[in-house]
Design a protein around this ligand. Structure first.
Ligand code: PAF
Length: 283
């Protein structure tokens, strides 16, 4: 596996791969790779010829009160994992390589409609940061496809919409969440949790499942269901940020007729803020 830090060097390698008729897939990450990321690499590997994984802890998607400096960085272990998954190229740019004129002067991408609620209201500016870096990475790599985890479902919808709106010819693949045995969704932020907090945090997935079962049994008292879930999360010593039942395509409140449902939850536990979701068609 090669590592490239400069856009121009990466482009040279990609040009060669393309000239050999190879299809290219990008897996954008912020590093601290876990099994969930490796599933993305595997899925990409199965379907495309040349796999680029980017590791870039994007300052533009962190707000001032979020600790960018403390974000876990495990480059050597990440490299080893990527090598063992036969990733072709690691793109490891510096902040200056991506934001040459500084963060303040950076042209940004705003995706209206999908970014105002849920994580968008708890983390102002977050999705502008994500959309901007992902668009930049897409323009650098110009991949045929890109792979994202569905744990970040709102992020997935935002990226899918920006790809459509900006007429980018990139297939966006969403890959199912990888879970620990307890149901806890894999996340780099789980590293901050004690064993007890890990157990507590697994209640989020149980609450999502219970809520989904209730809806599947015909309960359309969405507000009541959300309230009951938040109560249960508090009883498990978790601090809910949001727990919302949404139309899975628009992330707006569902009507009693909405068929495609997403339930999204965010909790604070210890120093971490964790998110998860569940999606289904009403039967
Ligand atoms: O999901 C992530 O790790 C990040 O938000 C992403 C998509 C790599 C953009 O920085």
């Amino acid at each position: 596996m090669q590592t490239q830090k400069k856009i121009k060097d990466l482009r040279q390698i990609l040009k060669t791969a393309r000239s050999q008729g190879k299809s290219i897939a990008l897996v954008p990450t912020m590093g601290n790779l876990h099994e969930g990321h490796l599933q993305l690499i595997r899925q990409a590997r199965d379907r495309y010829d040349f796999i680029v994984c980017s590791i870039f802890v994007n300052p533009l998607q962190f707000s001032e009160n979020e600790d960018l400096a403390a974000y876990p960085r495990t480059l050597e272990a990440d490299r080893e994992s990527l090598r063992s998954e036969n990733c072709d190229c690691l793109f490891l740019p510096s902040i200056n390589e991506i934001y040459g004129d500084g963060l303040e002067q950076q042209t940004s991408i705003n995706v209206p409609g999908l970014t105002e609620n849920l994580c968008g209201s708890s983390r102002p500016g977050h999705f502008v940061g994500v959309a901007t870096v992902v668009t930049t990475l897409f323009n650098i790599v110009q991949p045929d496809a890109a792979f994202f985890g569905l744990k970040d479902y709102q992020q997935f919808l935002v990226i899918r919409k920006l790809t459509q709106d900006l007429a980018l010819e990139i297939a966006i693949h969403g890959i199912e969440t990888h879970r620990e045995e307890s149901g806890l969704a894999m996340s780099s932020r789980n590293n901050y949790l004690s064993e007890q907090q890990r157990q507590q945090a697994s209640s989020l997935y149980r609450c999502l499942q219970t809520c989904a079962e209730q809806i599947q049994q015909g309960n359309t008292e969405f507000n009541q269901l959300e309230k009951a879930a938040k109560k249960e999360l508090k009883q498990a010593s978790l601090k809910p940020d949001y727990f919302q039942i949404c139309d899975a395509d628009t992330l707006q409140p569902p009507s009693t007729d909405t068929q495609h449902i997403a339930i999204l939850g965010a909790i604070f536990v210890g120093k971490s803020r964790l998110i998860d979701n569940i999606r289904f068609q009403r039967s």
